[in-house]
Design a protein around this ligand. Structure first.
Ligand SMILES: [Zn+2]
Length: 283
C-alpha cells in the first residue's frame, strides 16, 4: 500500500469525513447528500496533485469495498457504433477489443442518497435510462448524478411493453419523454432503451421520428440482487458488453441496499479484469 504523501494527508482526512458522512446515515434525508459541501475534494485534485488524487481515489474504493478499477481508457477517435444512417441501430455490445464494459441504470425508482455519494466518490461512468412516471416525484434526485457527467436517456413515459401498443402510442411514449427529459435536465437524450428490451418495427420508426435519438440500447448482462445474470453460458464479460442494473432498493432487493448491489456488480466486473467506460463515447 502506498504511503500517503504529506500533501495527500489533509485530503485523505477530508475524504474520510465525507465518506463517514455518506456511509453512516442510511436514513438521512436525500438533501443531506446533495448539498454542495458533499462534493468530494478528491475530484477537484487531479490538476493540482495527481499522486494525491490517485491515493484518495484508491482510498475511496477501499472505503466502499470495491476493488480499484482502472480509470476508463481515452475515448476512441471515431465512435465504433455508426449512427445517423437509414436504420436506427440496436446495440447490446460495443465493438471494441478493450477490456471495458458499460454500466446502465434503469427506471429511477430507488432514490438513495448514499448511491449519489458512492458515485461522487468512485466516479464510475454510467448511463441512466429514466421513465417519467417513476422519476416525476423527485426529478432533482438525478441532477447530481448527471452533474458527474452521467447522461440521462429515454426509457418512455410510463414503461409499457411497447409492441403491445399502437404505433401512435409508442411514438407518444418515446417522443414525449424526450421532451420532458429535455425540459427537466437541459439535455436532449440521444439513446433509447425499450422497457423489458421489447421492441418492434414501429418502435424503431418511432425512435427515428422523435429527433435526436440515434440508437436503441439493450444489454448483455443484468445485475440481480447479488449476482450477475450472464447471457453467455460461460458467465464471462466480453469487451464492450452493456450491463443492465436498476435504481432499486431494499423493497425490491430483499433488504439489500442499492449501494450493496452496485458494490457486488463492480466486484464482478473487476474480478474478470474489466473496467467501466462511458457508453456515449462509443455510440
Ligand atoms: Zn425499465
Amino acid at each position: 500500500m502506498r504511503n500517503p504523501t504529506a500533501a495527500a494527508r489533509p485530503l485523505l482526512a477530508l475524504l474520510g469525513l465525507l465518506l463517514a458522512a455518506g456511509c453512516s446515515a442510511p436514513g438521512a434525508p436525500a438533501a443531506a447528500a446533495r448539498t454542495p459541501a458533499a462534493t468530494p475534494a478528491v475530484h477537484a485534485a487531479p490538476g493540482r496533485n495527481p499522486a494525491a488524487a490517485r491515493a484518495a481515489r484508491a482510498a475511496a474504493f477501499r472505503r466502499w469495498g470495491v476493488p480499484l478499477l482502472p480509470p476508463p481508457p481515452a475515448p476512441p477517435a471515431v465512435k465504433p457504433v455508426r449512427t445517423g444512417g437509414g436504420q436506427i441501430p440496436v446495440v447490446s455490445r460495443i465493438p471494441t477489443t478493450r477490456k471495458i464494459v458499460f454500466v446502465t441504470f434503469d427506471d429511477g425508482a430507488e432514490k438513495d442518497p448514499r448511491f449519489v455519494q458512492m458515485m461522487k466518490d468512485l466516479r464510475i461512468p454510467f448511463t441512466m435510462f429514466l421513465t417519467d412516471d417513476i422519476i416525476r416525484n423527485d426529478y432533482a434526485f438525478f441532477k447530481p448524478l448527471q452533474a458527474l457527467g452521467n447522461p440521462i436517456e429515454d426509457h418512455t413515459l410510463s414503461h409499457p411493453d411497447l409492441p403491445t401498443r399502437s404505433p401512435a402510442r409508442q411514438r407518444q411514449e418515446i417522443c414525449e419523454q424526450q421532451t420532458r427529459l429535455t425540459r427537466e435536465y437541459g439535455v436532449r437524450p440521444g439513446l433509447f432503451r425499450p422497457p423489458y428490451g421489447d421492441y418492434d418495427a414501429a418502435t424503431r420508426a418511432a425512435v427515428r421520428s422523435c429527433g435526436g435519438l440515434r440508437a436503441i440500447i439493450l444489454w448483455r448482462e443484468s445485475m440481480q440482487i447479488k449476482d450477475v445474470a450472464f447471457q453467455d453460458p460461460g458467465r464471462r464479460y466480453h469487451p464492450g458488453d452493456i450491463v443492465l442494473a436498476h435504481f432499486r432498493g431494499p423493497s425490491e432487493l430483499k433488504g439489500e441496499s442499492m449501494t450493496a448491489m452496485v458494490r457486488n456488480m463492480l466486484r464482478s466486473i473487476a474480478a474478470q479484469g474489466f473496467t467501466v467506460a462511458p457508453l456515449e463515447d462509443y455510440v
